[in-house]
Design a protein around this ligand. Structure first.
Ligand code: GDD
Ligand code: GTP
Length: 412
């Protein structure tokens, strides 16, 4: 039997995803029509032997309960949400819930960061791990550019065995272009190693003033993976398939494109002209003269009127796009409305297509000179864009009623 653990953090995380994460927790943000971590759950349920999925985070249970019961209905698997009382870090949260993970003695468990997206090759990863005799952890790795690699966990491997000899989390200078994808398979014995680290950290905690961190805080990467490197118990399986982090709103559009491509099922509606790939929720109402796609997801209850053009965008539940409006490289929040003949446009932030292995840049909102970095346009929930306005590379916080056009601004 196998299990899976998905780490989703809590409301303090996902700051770069604002304002989209102000009303929907980032792990539940819809990508290709379903919450981000539903893609993880689906990948886990494809494995016959995966009997339980544990989602660990510090969001309150009432934020997660609807999603958990929806998932239990959709996938016939035991699924539970375990809430941390305070953020314990990637390692601390895992260690805190070790008894739940070990219950039923699974042969191993998958560990997935909730903020990555990929065509998760879990079967392959499990096979690779099972073949390595002493492996405690196998990391799914991928190639990055030399310049971008330092924003990830970097690994140096023994070429013949794929044992990780050296692991550095977000190094200050170049270490390796083989990076950690935040997807792992772990043997239960890893908890013995974690127990030793935990005791050492606790001793350190009580001999200092604690530095304001929870005594249970542990970083999976720094406190577990780094010391495991070079012991013959840590391995990396390199993949070449699509993988990305979801950190910024721009990366949601990028992830949307790839998940739509993987699903490759055309929307049930052919009410309007569709340029694939597109997801349209069955309850959305779309005028026959609208043109939608490529890379568009339309949520439940959305109304799209005549002559509308939408591409490279996500339109969330119950939004209204009025006659002849254009939406491009943007996210339109829940219940927002775009007036007739208005233009809502952002700048794509995709990885550089000319650089092999380039990843999303995940730029902060502002440059070091204090300027807004060009990115997708975001309309927060309930925003109203009146008729005949232009909104370019802007971020509008929820519930604003705009009175004029805006370019390169954050509307607070
Ligand atoms: N439950 C819980 N508690 N989850 C947490 C906590 C916590 O205290 N802290 C972080 N997480 C979750 C986040 O929500 C995210 O899904 C995942 O753990 C990774 O956390 P980050 O701290 O945001 O790390 P990162 O994304 O910058 O880097 C990690 O992922 C990269 C790949 O995406 C590292 O593992 C890197 O080495 C790796 O390259
Ligand atoms: P991710 O996209 O999930 O990586 O979120 P992020 O980039 O916003 O997280 P990052 O770790 O870069 O932290 C962003 C801000 O949140 C920083 O100001 C951190 O100090 C703060 N922060 C991160 N983790 C915690 C936490 O556990 N508790 C509190 N109070 N603040 C945190």
């Amino acid at each position: 039997m196998l299990k899976a653990v998905i780490l989703i953090g809590g409301p303090q995380k996902g700051t770069r995803f604002r304002p989209l994460s102000l009303d929907t927790p980032k792990p539940l943000f819809p990508i290709a029509g379903v919450p981000l971590i539903q893609h993880h759950i689906k990948a886990c349920t494809k494995l016959k032997n995966c009997k339980e999925i544990l989602i660990i985070g510090s969001y309150t249970t009432n934020v997660m309960s609807q999603f958990i019961s929806d998932m239990q209905k959709e996938f016939h698997v035991i699924l539970r949400y375990l809430q941390e009382f305070s953020p314990l870090g990637t390692g601390g949260s895992l260690y805190h819930f070790r008894d739940q993970i070990r219950a039923g003695s699974p042969s191993a468990f998958f560990l997935l960061n909730g903020d990555v997206c990929a065509d998760f090759p879990l079967e392959e990863l499990w096979k690779f791990h099972a073949e390595k005799q002493n492996a405690l952890v196998t990391i799914m790795g991928t190639e990055a550019t030399r310049q971008q690699s330092v924003h990830y966990g970097c690994m140096v491997c023994e070429p013949s065995t794929k044992a990780v000899n050296h692991y550095v989390e977000k190094p200050n200078s170049y270490v390796s272009t083989l990076i950690n994808c935040g997807v792992y398979v772990c043997s239960l014995q890893v908890f013995h190693t974690m127990a030793e680290t935990f005791v050492k950290k606790q001793n350190g905690f009580y001999s200092s003033n604690g530095h304001g961190v929870d005594p249970g805080y542990m970083s999976w990467e720094q406190d577990v993976l780094t010391p495991l490197a070079g012991t013959g118990k840590l391995y990396a399986m390199q993949v070449t398939s699509w993988w990305s982090q979801v950190k910024t709103a721009g990366s949601a559009i990028y992830a949307n494109r790839h998940y739509l491509e993987l699903q490759s099922s055309p929307p049930a509606t052919t009410k309007c002209q569709i340029l694939p790939d597109v997801f349209i929720h069955p309850s959305a109402s779309v005028d026959s003269t609208a043109v939608i796609g490529p890379n568009v997801s339309i949520g439940a209850g959305v109304i799209i009127k005549g002559g509308v053009r939408i591409k490279e965008s996500i339109v969330l539940n119950n939004a209204i796009i009025n006659e002849h409006a254009l939406v491009m490289h943007s996210v339109v929040g829940q219940d927002a409305s775009v007036g007739e003949w208005s233009r809502v446009e952002g700048t794509p932030t995709d990885p550089d297509p000319n650089k092999p292995f380039a990843k999303m840049d995940n730029m902060p909102l502002f440059s070091t000179e204090g300027r807004l970095n060009p990115s997708i346009t975001i309309l927060g929930a309930g925003v109203v864009v009146p008729a005949e306005k232009i909104l370019l590379n802007s971020i509008v916080l929820p519930h604003k009623h705009l009175g004029r056009s805006f370019k390169h601004e954050i509307i607070l």
